[in-house]
Write a new protein. Structure first.
Length: 134
């Protein structure tokens, strides 16, 4: 039995120095905070609030309806006729294209309906309305 006894080693385990890890993590947090305002691009509008469901944005084209009957496709100011041409072109390029309509809370309902009708006439079936969470 004496041969089976364990030998204790005099080696100690080195302690983990997490100072460098914390420095890297805090640097990444600062970079994220600096970059985050630039991630969402587009026109600033006051969205009405509701209980929104999840929308897949990667295949969506954003139409913004601003006050005074001003329309934007992505960030480009367009008329309803130009919007129709752009939507038809994008629909031909990308199968399963969906449209998200962002309307300012102060925009008359008829301006939103005009954007909806234009998208429907172009053959787009997936149309969502952007809102803010309550």
């Amino acid at each position: 039995m004496e041969g089976m006894t364990r030998r204790k080693s005099n080696h100690t385990l080195p302690q983990l120095n997490i100072t460098n890890l914390v420095d890297v993590a805090l640097t990444l947090v600062v970079i994220l905070l600096i970059i985050s305002p630039f991630i969402e691009q587009g026109i600033d509008v006051k969205l009405p609030s509701s209980s929104p469901s999840e929308i897949r944005v990667e295949k969506s084209l954003v139409i913004t309806v601003a006050p005074n009957g001003v329309y934007y496709v992505e960030s480009r100011n367009v008329t309803l006729g130009e919007m129709s041409g752009i939507l038809r072109e994008k629909k031909a390029q990308q199968e399963g294209l969906s449209v998200i309509i962002k309307g300012d809370g102060n925009v008359p309902y008829k301006d939103i309906v005009k954007a909806l009708d234009t998208a429907k006439k172009c053959g787009i079936e997936k149309i969502g309305l952007a809102t803010q969470a309550e």
